[in-house]
Design a protein around this ligand. Structure first.
Ligand SMILES: Nc1nc2c(c(=O)[nH]1)N[C@H]1C(S)=C(S)[C@@H](COP(=O)(O)OP(=O)(O)OC[C@H]3O[C@@H](n4cnc5c(=O)[nH]c(N)nc54)[C@H](O)[C@@H]3O)O[C@H]1N2
Ligand SMILES: Nc1nc2c(c(=O)[nH]1)N[C@H]1C(S)=C(S)[C@@H](COP(=O)(O)OP(=O)(O)OC[C@H]3O[C@@H](n4cnc5c(=O)[nH]c(N)nc54)[C@H](O)[C@@H]3O)O[C@H]1N2
Ligand SMILES: [Mo]
Length: 774
């Protein structure tokens, strides 16, 4: 799987990292990525075009750009994402002729993708156990026939990963809906679904309410459960500015993350030459994994107490009473819940002391305008929705939503995951979406709710779904429970992958399997009407154009919109949609998006302005699209999802290394955490390690439990113990290696998000033999 190929010298592979984030280490890493992946000229051309007005949108993350007009903003992991896509390496029909799928299965995830870009449409041949070349037309004809042959359209699943453009995603959902189903498992179901469910209930929109400019006005910023040094590196530039203004940045994260501690900006020649760095966090608290509800309740408890004391002393109080009265409901129930929660239980569940929580709350209360940023450390829990809603509660108490310099800022993952949702990738279509489709296309879209990612994999496993189409991604590896997911995929009648590179999901063939290679963001997309741009929406609802400039990796590649249109035509001979016309001219797709979603008024015109345009966000304007028209304080019962039932249980989170993009493993280093050349590690607090009689470098077994402490039958064995400054009671290992610890039904009850960051585990000396040197 994705562990490094051979056993390594411990001392060389585990060494604390003393430097700042960014700096020369980042430049060296980019030089290495270029050297390994591509000709220098091609890479210079590619990197010069990233996030420019006439360039392409960086596939690295969804952090916005200062108006998309600045000169090249250096970002190590963005550069890695670009070179990985624009690589000179190719995965050709000759490659597939040489390797059976069973053989490729033994390769690492890194090695599979490192073969380079897919060049030809391929179809699986079960007799030879190989992918063989197929023409586009034949592939489409066979796929269309297989889809039409299903007894019910609801037996097909339409997966999407968040890199697809608005145009591709819109056509994809249109295809699925005209075909007759709402089964849209997508990567957000494993990512920010807790935000998509939790935020609308509280504030009426499922997105963040801040824009980049708000960071210039905020007077406190909280970074909760996200690691920008690795996952949103351009955000460090913003946080650096905030820090230089003397504004407090409070971090709540069980792990020390270097990017949140200090940063040397590669954009700043003086810092680069002198080696100076800018401190990021003014205060860094390390709650336990899963301790966020308790931390938020503790901060609210202090706030209510300090508010009462201030009122008693003749002050105006610390709550924003005018805002609360005019805009919210539910305050009394929240206050009762928080007051009924003891400090002792808050300390136990959060892993923080009362004094620490009071410091955090004091900084919060002293600031007029506060932004809360958060990531997977909040959402990927069994109580992800409640986590998100407690953050909102705390913000609402001081009117920190819908005013300049304040708000909630979920850090989205894939570069267009938010846009895909906006244009209709959802298993629960609302009336407006269905009306829009009816009005514009004249067919009756299905209204029954479809499957999210967990439900889709379950349906596949139980034989209720028989076809799976994947617009990008690596569903089988990204999903929890490979023991259940991998065999399920092999039972399908049809699987279709639209992809840029080979990954493990492609090696789980169904009765019929197709691998369809597509253009990437960096490449010229030529259609009937000429070269096309696509559009994407970033984490802050800015929509802008992206146009590739590189020669495509192969002449056989097609664009995602063109592939979706081809499959739709082959599947729906009576279609009411002019697929060919739409795919030939993306302006027409945008006209249709605008017709279905009025929020995109004047889409083509507005997206041609440099920097694009902002999609209106009602909550940011203090218009609350909730049933009672108010922002709502919402309760979370209890304090954390899984106070481990027995003392020997620890809580494990799976996290990303610095050298990966989700299931794409660029390499085996995790520079800021001091790991070189390996991924088979588990980060443990030194006291927790010693308490089990274990030491640095020991091989240990990680056995997973259900929340009640009974084993769930899943384990990862033989990991190397790394003593680390992580909160007590908490351990971390890498994703996807840790996915085997989590059963499919261990997810947030409300949003279906797998509990990737709340896995109760026991650690013990390993019984597994150490893998021999390769
Ligand atoms: N280079 C690179 N960029 C990426 C990605 C990538 O893989 N590589 N992935 C993209 C995607 S799809 C996404 S969703 C984002 C992910 O970006 P992040 O949200 O930063 O993702 P993670 O690495 O999963 O780490 C989350 C952080 O949560 C902390 N954490 C774990 N458990 C808890 C907890 O219980 N409470 C709190 N407060 N913190 C906790 C961890 O210590 C870690 O620092 O990044 C996007 N950008
Ligand atoms: N244990 C654990 N599991 C997790 C997570 C975690 O933190 N812990 N995080 C979850 C999260 S936040 C997410 S978002 C999911 C990610 O799940 P996915 O989005 O399904 O996975 P990726 O690894 O991003 O997909 C990588 C593949 O996308 C394809 N690809 C790349 N670029 C393009 C393109 O432009 N077009 C097309 N068609 N294909 C392309 C390539 O073939 C590549 O192999 O994983 C989730 N799984
Ligand atoms: Mo994500």
């Amino acid at each position: 799987m994705s562990s490094q190929p051979k056993d390594l010298d411990l001392e060389k592979s585990i060494q604390p990292y003393d430097g700042p984030a960014g700096g020369w280490g980042a430049l060296r890493a980019v030089a290495k990525a270029i050297r390994e992946q591509m000709a220098v000229a091609r890479s210079v051309e590619a990197l010069q075009r990233v996030n420019k007005p006439l360039g392409f949108d960086c596939p690295g993350c969804a952090w916005p750009d200062p108006r998309h007009t600045s000169s090249f903003e250096f970002c190590e992991n963005g550069a890695k994402a670009v070179t990985w896509e624009a690589t000179s390496k190719r995965t050709t029909p000759e490659f597939f002729a040489q390797h059976t799928l069973s053989e490729l299965w033994e390769w690492t995830d890194h090695a599979l993708e490192d073969q380079g870009r897919l060049t030809h449409p391929m179809a699986y041949d079960a007799v030879q156990d190989k992918y063989l070349p197929v023409s586009w037309d034949e592939a489409a004809t066979r796929i269309g026939a297989a889809l039409r042959a299903l007894p019910e359209p609801t037996m097909a699943e339409f997966y999407a990963s968040g890199r697809a453009s608005n145009e591709a995603a819109f056509l994809y959902q249109l295809f699925a809906r005209e075909y007759g189903c709402n089964n849209f498992p997508d990567c957000s179901n494993m990512c920010h679904e807790a935000s998509s469910v939790g935020l609308p209930e509280a504030i009426g929109v499922g997105k963040g309410t801040v824009q980049l400019e708000d960071f210039e006005q905020a007077d406190a910023v909280f970074c909760i459960g996200h690691n920008p040094g690795t996952n949103h590196p351009r955000m460090l530039g913003t946080l650096r500015e905030v820090s230089l203004r003397g504004v407090p940045i409070v971090v709540l994260n069980p792990m020390p993350e270097r990017g949140l501690e200090r940063f040397t900006s590669p954009q700043d020649p003086a810092e680069m030459l002198t080696g100076r760095s800018v401190p990021i966090a003014t205060t860094y608290f390390k709650p336990k994994i899963g301790g966020d509800i308790a931390t938020m309740k503790g901060m609210m408890k202090w706030l209510f107490e300090a508010d009462a004391a201030d009122l008693a002393g003749g002050g105006a109080g610390l709550l924003d009473r005018a805002f609360i009265a005019e805009h919210t409901t539910g305050l009394e129930a929240l206050r009762d819940d928080v007051q009924a929660t003891s400090w002792e239980s808050i300390e136990r569940a959060s892993g923080l002391t009362r004094a620490e929580i009071e410091v955090a709350a004091g900084i919060y209360a002293a600031a007029e305008k506060v932004i809360f940023c958060y990531g997977m450390g909040i959402t990927q829990h069994r109580h992800g929705v409640e986590n998100v809603q407690q953050l909102v509660n705390l913000l609402l108490l001081r009117g920190n939503i819908g005013k300049p310099g304040a708000g909630i800022c979920p850090l989205r993952g894939h570069s267009n995951v938010q846009g895909d949702r906006t244009v209709g990738i959802t298993e629960k279509p609302n009336a407006a979406l269905l009306d829009g489709i009816r009005r514009v296309y004249g067919f009756e879209p299905p209204s029954a709710h479809g499957h999210d990612a967990v439900a889709a994999v379950k349906a596949i496993g139980e034989g209720r779904s028989k076809a799976l189409l994947c617009l990008g991604g690596n569903l089988a590896v990204a999903m929890s429970d490979p023991q259940a997911t991998f065999p399920a995929m092999r039972q399908l009648d049809l699987v279709v992958h639209v992809a840029t590179k080979l990954n493990r999901s492609h090696l789980l063939p169904a009765r019929a399997a197709f691998l369809l290679p597509c253009l990437g963001r960096t490449e010229i997309d030529l259609q009937a009407a000429g070269p096309q741009s696509v559009t994407v929406e970033d984490s802050m609802s800015m929509v802008h154009a992206s146009q590739g400039r590189l020669r495509p990796a192969s002449e056989h590649l097609r664009s995602e919109p063109a592939i979706v249109a081809l499959l739709a035509r082959a599947t729906l001979p009576q279609s009411k949609v002019d697929w060919e016309g739409l795919a030939g001219d993306y302006d027409r797709i945008r006209d249709d998006i605008e017709a279905v979603f009025p929020i995109f008024a004047n889409y083509n015109e507005r997206v041609r302005q440099p920097g694009g345009f902002h999609l209106e966000n009602a909550a940011a304007l203090r218009r609350w699209n909730t049933p009672d028209g108010k922002a709502r304080f919402l309760l979370a019962r209890g304090l954390d999802e899984a106070t481990p039932a027995t003392a020997d249980l620890l809580m494990l989170a799976t996290v990303r290394s610095h050298d990966q993009y989700n299931t794409t493993i660029y390499g085996y280093n995790d520079r800021y955490r001091g790991i070189t050349g390996r991924r088979d590690v588990v980060f443990v607090n030194p006291d927790d390690l010693a308490g089990r009689g274990l030491r640095e470098g020991d091989r240990i077994d990680v056995e997973a439990s259900r929340v009640d402490g009974t084993p769930n039958g899943r384990a990862v064995r033989g990991l190397v113990a790394v003593p680390y400054g992580i909160a007590r009671g908490s351990v971390a290992m890498y994703f996807p290696e840790g996915n085997g610890l989590l059963a499919l039904d261990e997810h947030d009850a409300r949003s279906g998000t797998p509990g990737y960051k709340s896995i109760p585990v026991r650690l013990s000396a390993s019984s597994a033999p150490v893998a021999p040197e390769a």
